[in-house]
Design a binder for this molecule. Structure first.
Ligand SMILES: Nc1ncnc2c1ncn2[C@@H]1O[C@H](COP(=O)(O)OP(=O)(O)OP(=O)(O)O)[C@@H](O)[C@H]1O
Ligand SMILES: [Mg+2]
Length: 292
């Protein structure tokens, strides 16, 4: 898969306070990557730098190869606070259509796109209502529809389900995974919730406490079809959430464990190369004997 997002050596400072330090990673096209990190570690700052909403103090962000210097036209962002992100004076359909006004589409095309996006999130029949007539979970679905209507190359989401109750949160997580797979969207989602990151992600990037830096990049090797009950009960899910919890509790120890396993691998490589050269020379050494 081609690379959609490339973040290299990203740093951000607010005056003396360093919020993000040396963050580098890529997101492939069609991937749902989660960034998980402790409260206040710099997640939103990192996401805002990636969105081009704030200029980073150092490093670069590239979206499909183009340097990000302002908010790219083909990028959409969903924030946590749905109640402040929708216009109360516009209908639901009007809200979803709104960003399409600058996309050079005809009125009919805008309407069609808005209706399609509302269908994706299961709100095809509430376009004429106003946001304040909907529940919190429905309003957040409208925000997701609005973001997807422009068919963005990258969708950034900052704690998008943090303001809804647990049951609604589960429904929205399932909805996001379904829509992401159907539309093959590329999504980078920030959360402080370990379970949510594992349940949603194809991949989880674990952040350190402030200043945010990446302490681990884990592939979530769970089946693509996930279920809120059985997936969360599975041994692999429990193992992954434990691994992330340990990394968050003690990033240095996590890094040390990673260093250790890398050292063990290096030692194994050394042992096998010694064994190979010894075998080739026909003179087994005590080192290779000892390690076998
Ligand atoms: N505009 C700003 N000016 C100065 N400092 C800021 C600004 N925005 C954020 N910070 C500081 O940068 C640090 C990281 O903040 P940020 O909001 O990125 O963290 P976060 O991980 O998203 O937090 P939360 O878990 O509460 O959402 C905090 O110490 C915060 O006070
Ligand atoms: Mg935040």
């Amino acid at each position: 898969m081609p690379t959609m997002l490339e973040v290299s050596g990203l740093d951000h400072r607010f005056g003396d306070h360093q919020a993000v330090r040396e963050v580098s990673f890529t997101v492939e096209t069609g991937q749902l990557a989660c960034l998980v990190g402790p409260s206040g570690c710099g997640k939103s700052t990192l996401l805002r730098c990636i969105a081009g909403l704030i200029a980073p103090s150092g490093g670069t962000v590239r979206l499909h190869g183009d340097a990000v210097t302002g908010v790219p036209a083909d990028l959409a962002v969903v924030f946590q606070d749905y109640s402040r992100s929708l216009f109360p004076w516009l209908s639901v359909a009007g809200n979803v259509e709104f960003p399409l006004r600058s996309a050079g589409l005809s009125r009919d095309e805008r309407r069609g796109r808005a209706q399609e996006a509302l269908d994706w999130v299961g709100l095809g029949d509430v376009g004429r209502k106003f946001p304040w007539q909907l529940s919190g979970g429905m309003q957040q679905r409208v925000s997701i529809a609005r973001a997807l209507a422009s068919r963005p190359a990258l969708l950034l989401m900052d704690e998008p389900f943090a303001s809804v109750d647990a049951q609604t949160r589960f429904e929205l997580e399932d909805l996001l995974r379904r829509v992401q797979r159907d539309q093959q969207s590329t999504i980078l989602l920030v959360t402080h919730d370990i379970d949510e990151s594992v349940y949603l992600g194809d991949r989880v990037l674990v952040l350190s406490p402030s200043p945010a830096s990446i302490v681990a990049d884990l592939t979530i090797d769970l089946p693509a079809d996930r279920d809120q009950i059985t997936t969360r009960e599975s041994a692999r899910f429990v193992a992954l959430r434990g691994e992330i919890a340990r990394l968050l509790r003690s990033p240095a120890q996590g890094a040390a464990e990673q260093d250790l396993s890398e050292r063990e691998l290096a030692e194994q490589d050394l042992a096998s190369s010694l064994a190979t050269s010894a075998d080739a020379a026909g003179r087994p050494t005590s080192v290779t004997d000892g390690r076998r």
